[in-house]
Design a protein around this ligand. Structure first.
Ligand code: HGY
Ligand code: MN
Ligand code: MN
Length: 416
């Protein structure tokens, strides 16, 4: 179970290969249901099969590889992360966890390690939610919490999710059969880049995730009156963009008041019928609010809604506020995290606990199973950016920790 450097190099070469599978000429973009997404799924499935796993692609596009235990009625440990990306992404966010999981199972299969529990590797099909603006589609199906209403979600071209699933040859009527029954779960383990600067600043290769921040996401539309840029006097305008600008600065200033507990981002803004000589009449933008403290999250969210109403009232602008997603903060399982902490120490590293500001598929799985996560250091914490980078030695360190963790789990279950 050694040879971590060689194993890390194989993982890195697979990550590089997946990074070349993109729906864009320049950069890496691989969103749900695209040709590149389908191509990557087939590549991952073939690697799983070569590793000796029973592999298949389910109806939501998750790529799944199973190592079965000889014990009848054995429960299942899922090791997973996602294969979809944001727009112009880095190559490690998601694929690192899948490729490290594939390596772990490849080793177990190669060594014919008798397993007291099943281990299922999953490459989730849509964690980022970039195409349909709702995240965790793949992990929700696995957890049995996929809401059929999501099938009506439309992408920027007006194509419903339902159609994309059918176009990929899958059946929306069978999505419920792809869930792992709640009683069958043993636990969930995800390896992921930290996407923050702590491990880099502390010069530690790995970290244990204590909790995952809760999120409230909204789409907000500001409706003013479009007009001629040359003829409407300044004090007679209903300029939707100026209203949105005041809203955006209010988001920043309110979040700064809670800066140690919350982050707030307006990541997308669209001007309807934009033209340099037209007073903007309609704006749509997004709000992404996160906190590990559910109370603070709700308090700031409510404050922002009231503030928005006041700004629009003063400016005589109508606004519409639509909730896109709400997820409560998730606490990782204490006993699995304790095992992970022991595995970190056994590998000779300081067991540092971190809260994840980024969302992960573990959030959806936490509803049905105990979850734990191992963070891997990334360059200056940069992520959702082509500059995202991970060093081979840190992949090797994380593999050693993950091996220790799995061996501990196997040992514990053989004792019980
Ligand atoms: O937005 C997130 O936290 C994750 O990258 N989906
Ligand atoms: Mn991710
Ligand atoms: Mn991401």
């Amino acid at each position: 179970m050694k040879g971590y450097s060689a194993r890390a190099e194989k993982i890195m070469s697979r990550i590089e290969e997946l990074a070349s599978v993109s729906e864009t000429e320049q950069g890496l973009t691989r969103t749900f249901g695209s040709g590149a997404w389908r191509e990557a799924a087939l590549i991952i499935q073939s690697w799983m099969q070569d590793a000796g796993l029973h592999a298949w692609i389910d109806n939501i596009g998750n790529v799944r590889g199973l190592l079965s235990s000889p014990s009848p009625g054995a429960r299942t440990l899922v090791i997973a992360s996602h294969m979809d990306t944001v727009i112009n992404a880095g190559k490690f966010d998601g694929p690192l966890g899948v490729m490290m999981g594939l390596d772990l199972l490849e080793q177990l299969a190669h060594n014919h390690t008798p397993l007291p529990f099943n281990i299922q590797l999953v490459a989730f099909s849509d964690e980022e939610g970039c195409r349909f603006h709702t995240t965790y589609l793949g992990s929700k199906v696995l957890a049995g919490s996929f809401e059929p209403v999501l099938l009506e979600k439309k992408d920027a071209d007006g194509i419903p999710l339902r159609n994309v699933i059918h176009a990929n040859g899958s059946s929306t009527g069978l999505l419920h059969t792809d869930a792992i029954d709640a009683a069958a779960w043993l636990g969930y383990f995800e390896m992921h880049i930290e996407q923050g600067p702590v491990l880099y600043d502390r010069d530690i290769p790995v970290g244990i995730v204590k909790a995952i921040a809760g999120q409230k996401k909204a789409a907000i539309t500001f409706e003013g009156i479009a007009g001629h840029a040359g003829t409407v006097p300044m004090d007679m305008r209903n300029d939707a963009l100026c209203c949105a600008a005041e809203f955006i600065l209010a988001v920043e200033s309110i979040a700064l008041q809670y800066k140690s507990q919350i982050v707030a981002t307006v990541g997308k803004l669209e001007i309807a019928n934009a033209a340099s000589n037209v007073i903007p009449g309609a704006i749509t933008c997004t709000l992404d609010l996160r906190s590990a403290d559910g109370g603070i999250l709700s308090e700031v969210y409510d404050t922002l809604q009231r503030t928005t109403a006041a700004i629009c009232g003063r400016r005589n602008i109508n606004f519409d506020w639509t909730v896109v997603q709400e997820t409560s903060p998730v606490t990782c399982d204490l006993s699995l995290s304790a095992l992970l902490s022991g595995a970190v120490k056994e590998a000779g590293y300081e067991p540092l606990e971190l809260v994840s500001g980024a969302g992960h598929d573990a959030v959806a799985i936490a509803a049905v199973a105990p979850v734990c996560m191992l963070f891997v250091r990334c360059y200056k914490g940069i992520s959702h950016n082509p500059l995202e980078n991970v060093e081979l030695k840190d992949i090797a360190a994380a593999l050693q920790v993950a091996d220790n963790f799995l061996q501990q789990m196997i040992y514990q279950h053989n004792q019980s």
